[in-house]
Design a binder for this molecule. Structure first.
Ligand code: 3HC
Length: 708
């Protein structure tokens, strides 16, 4: 776990290598072994100094975040931080020079360990990242980071890194003074030892007599002004949903004018209260662990050999098809991009050209990389070009007959044994599968726009989709660097069905006479990326209108249109304001600006009594979660985690709530059900909580624990 060796020059090399994990983490056993190794070096009079490094490709990834889920008490979390703070301080003041030889990424507690060393030298690698990303987990650095970093590089430089959780390349960390040196990897240990042998001192800047924080203490007027601007910005960005960044600022403000021991005690106090919040639990559980598991296909059907992909066909070179083709080519796959018209197919390739050119301009790709990626895309109108594809993804117009024709023609070219996927967002998969000779090889792969930015792919299992097809489709999604969530076939699947409730509820509020600015502000204050009316404009009202018309035709009298249907019909049929793409919807889009359309007041007279913002926020979030719970009850999604991941990646459900079903636990099941029942009585039956929730009331069981 921790290797200890003393070389002929009297340098102890302490090497981290935590077994059973791809990364080193400061778990209890490893930390204890580390401290024992350093103590051994301190006690050995023959040892002149200590070099700390790692045998893995990364240095240390920080604390083991699973530990923060084990004991959720403020006291326990605070005690853990206090213990590590005391031990780092003891080692830093023990009198022997310590060097962190940072061979790879050093994050969180890993960097904090390095900050408690007297010299930090890193191997030059473009992959290495240096930073304190705790804030992204809803916690704060609890091993001295809030105290040592500002003392080292100054409050103004440290605060943005702390509140944003920035992961710096080594060159930037060197420039900022977090690292003392960056050297070629092969020289790392030699140079680390050389610093000690050249007389490197066991001394920290903050222990020097008369030490002053570089750039001034938080008490100084200039620094105070800087901090108040940061506080205002953090409040604006987080709308009070995330306590961590404000608590980080408190640690810096309160800790910086005290001796470091007092500062780290202050930090531990804030660490306890911050790490114990439900937001921290949600960000760790869903934002980190669940996303990691989804990305790594942890729930892929076992026993199916991993599928390899070399050649992909994409049918339809519209917005989605050309985005999918880009993602495939970028992942190194030969990509046939087929459309009816040669010019359309070519235009689809131009989409990739534009994206790649932008990457070159930003220095993220070289010209050769751009050329190689572009060369992988073959635009064509000829189905014969699909021969040899391992998978074909259909992204043609959302019309059954057009899709059916494209499916038949592909089968003629490729034979029935390849995977065939439809990118439909509205048509049930099982029906479309009938057009493929082997419906067991047919699956839905629902990408999101813009494809190059959206990580999620909703993988839709049709009635006849085989486990092999599912497993291999998951392999494909992972191969192109996206994150899959598996859902079962149904109308609107999961993502579109639940997300739609958000903007539909916005329209319902509008129809009730609620001030549109209030609706939009409330939406944003929940942490959703856009207000519901802005979202409706982005989605395009004519598309929503088309889905309503189609579903009405499919289901007949049993269909209950969404509550927003009259508003949508007004906007599409009478006003011709279909959304952003037309330059007009609920907003006017002129000069690159978005302004609420003044005509809203005429069509939706304001109610005399306006609701408070809290109740609008509640409606906008509760409606999504109650619909998601229905999907869980119906088996559209199979677990609360799947629902959470789909909502975080698919439509930006607020991460503080952990996702659309973790939100229920965040509120508390009892309270959520009571509030939904009250809304069902006052607003409409769409809020009626399903049995899957009602059964849990009074049991003290979380939905997360009870959900399938
Ligand atoms: N704790 C527990 N598990 C961790 C971990 C951590 N800090 N960091 C990574 N892992 C796990 C991952 O979950 C993954 O598990 P798996 O094998 O079951 O899938 C495995 O290690 C490998 O991780 P990745 O797949 O993410 O590997 P990459 O090579 O892509 O990335 C990394 C490596 C950059 C280190 C990335 O894992 C990462 O960003 N980790 C989180 C870093 C972090 O947030 N550190 C702060 C922790 S909190 C802290 O230190 C508090 C302190 O102030 C007291």
């Amino acid at each position: 776990m921790i290797d200890y060796r003393v070389d002929g020059d009297g340098i102890a090399v302490v090497t981290w290598n935590v077994p059973g994990s791809p990364v080193n983490t400061l778990n209890d056993a490893a930390t204890t072994a580390y401290v024992a190794a350093v103590d051994k070096a301190l006690a050995d009079p023959a040892v002149k100094g200590i070099v700390v490094t790692s045998a893995k490709s990364d240095f240390i990834a920080g604390a083991d975040i699973n530990d923060f889920l084990a004991d959720r008490s403020v006291a326990g979390l605070e005690a853990g931080s206090r213990a590590i703070n005391r031990v780092f301080r003891r080692l830093e003041t023990a009198g022997k020079p310590m060097v962190a030889a940072i061979n790879g990424t050093a994050l969180g507690g890993g960097l904090e360990l390095a900050l408690a060393c007297h010299y930090r030298i890193a191997a030059d690698s473009p992959k290495t990242r240096i930073g304190l990303p705790e804030v992204t987990l809803g916690i704060l650095p609890g091993a001295g980071g809030t105290q040592r970093l500002p003392r080292l590089i100054g409050v103004r430089a440290a605060v943005p890194l702390l509140v944003e959780g920035t992961r710096l390349p080594v060159a930037d960390a060197l420039k900022l003074g977090i690292l003392h040196a960056v050297v070629p990897a092969a020289e790392l240990l030699h140079k680390a030892k050389a610093w000690i042998l050249a007389g490197g001192k066991a001394e920290q800047p903050w222990d020097r007599k008369g030490f002053r924080v570089p750039g001034g203490n938080p008490g100084d007027p200039g620094v105070q002004e800087f901090l108040s601007v940061v506080i205002a910005k953090v409040h604006e960005r987080t709308a009070g949903n995330y306590p961590a960044p404000i608590n980080i600022l408190s640690c810096v403000y309160e800790g910086m004018s005290s001796p470091i021991e007092v500062g780290t005690d202050i930090e531990s106090r804030y660490f306890g209260v911050t790490a114990a919040t439900v937001q921290a639990e949600n960000l760790i559980r869903s934002g980190f662990l669940a996303l990691n598991d989804a990305r790594k296909l942890k729930r892929r059907p076992a026993g199916v050999p991993k599928a390899e992909f070399r050649k992909v066909g994409v049918l339809g070179a519209g917005l989605m098809g050309s985005g999918i083709a880009y993602a495939c080519a970028k992942a190194g796959l030969d990509t046939v991009l087929l459309d009816r018209e040669p010019a359309m197919a070519e235009r689809g390739k131009v989409h990739s050209d534009k994206l790649l050119t932008r990457e070159v301009e930003r220095g993220k790709l070289d010209a050769a990389g751009r050329e190689a990626t572009l060369a992988r895309i073959t635009p064509t109108v000829d189905y014969a070009a699909l021969t040899g594809c391992d998978i074909v993804i259909e992204a043609v117009f959302e019309q059954r007959d057009i899709k059916a024709e494209a499916t038949h023609r592909t089968a003629e070219a490729t034979g029935p044994d390849i995977l065939f996927a439809s990118n439909t967002s509205t048509l049930p998969i099982s029906g479309l599968a009938e057009h493929w000779p082997r419906p067991d090889n047919f699956i839905g792969l629902h990408f999101f726009s813009p494809v190059h930015r959206m990580a999620l792919v909703e993988v839709i299992r049709g009635r006849q989709t085989s486990e092999t097809c599912l497993a291999q489709a998951l392999d494909f999604v992972a191969r192109i660097g996206k994150t899959p969530v598996v859902v079962n076939d149904s109308r609107g699947f999961f993502t579109s069905r639940v997300f739609a409730t958000y903007f539909e509820e916005g329209m319902a509020l509008l129809a009730e006479g609620v001030n549109p600015a209030l609706i939009e502000n409330a939406g944003r204050q929940t942490g959703m990326p856009l207000g519901p009316l802005a979202v409706a404009d982005e989605v395009a009202l004519d598309l929503v209108h088309k889905i309503i018309v189609q579903t009405r035709a499919d289901l007949g009298p049993s269909y209950t249109p969404p509550v927003s249907a009259p508003v949508i019909e007004l906007f599409v049929e009478k006003l011709g304001r279909v959304g952003k793409k037309a330059g007009k919807g609920f907003y006017d889009y002129a000069d690159g600006q978005r302004r609420l359309w003044p005509g809203l007041a005429e069509h939706f007279p304001r109610a005399a009594r306006q609701p408070d913002v809290g109740s609008v926020k509640r409606r906008l979030l509760h409606i999504q979660s109650v619909e998601a719970a229905r999907c869980l009850a119906e088996g559209v999604v199979e677990s609360t985690t799947d629902a959470d991941v789909a909502s975080l990646l698919g439509w930006g459900f607020p991460a503080w709530a952990g996702g659309v079903l973790s939100y229920v636990d965040t509120i508390g099941v009892d309270r959520f059900v009571a509030e939904c029942e009250a809304l069902a009585a006052s607003v409409g039956p769409r809020y009626a909580p399903p049995d899957i929730l009602k059964r849990l009331v009074g049991t003290g069981t979380q939905l997360r624990a009870a959900g399938r």
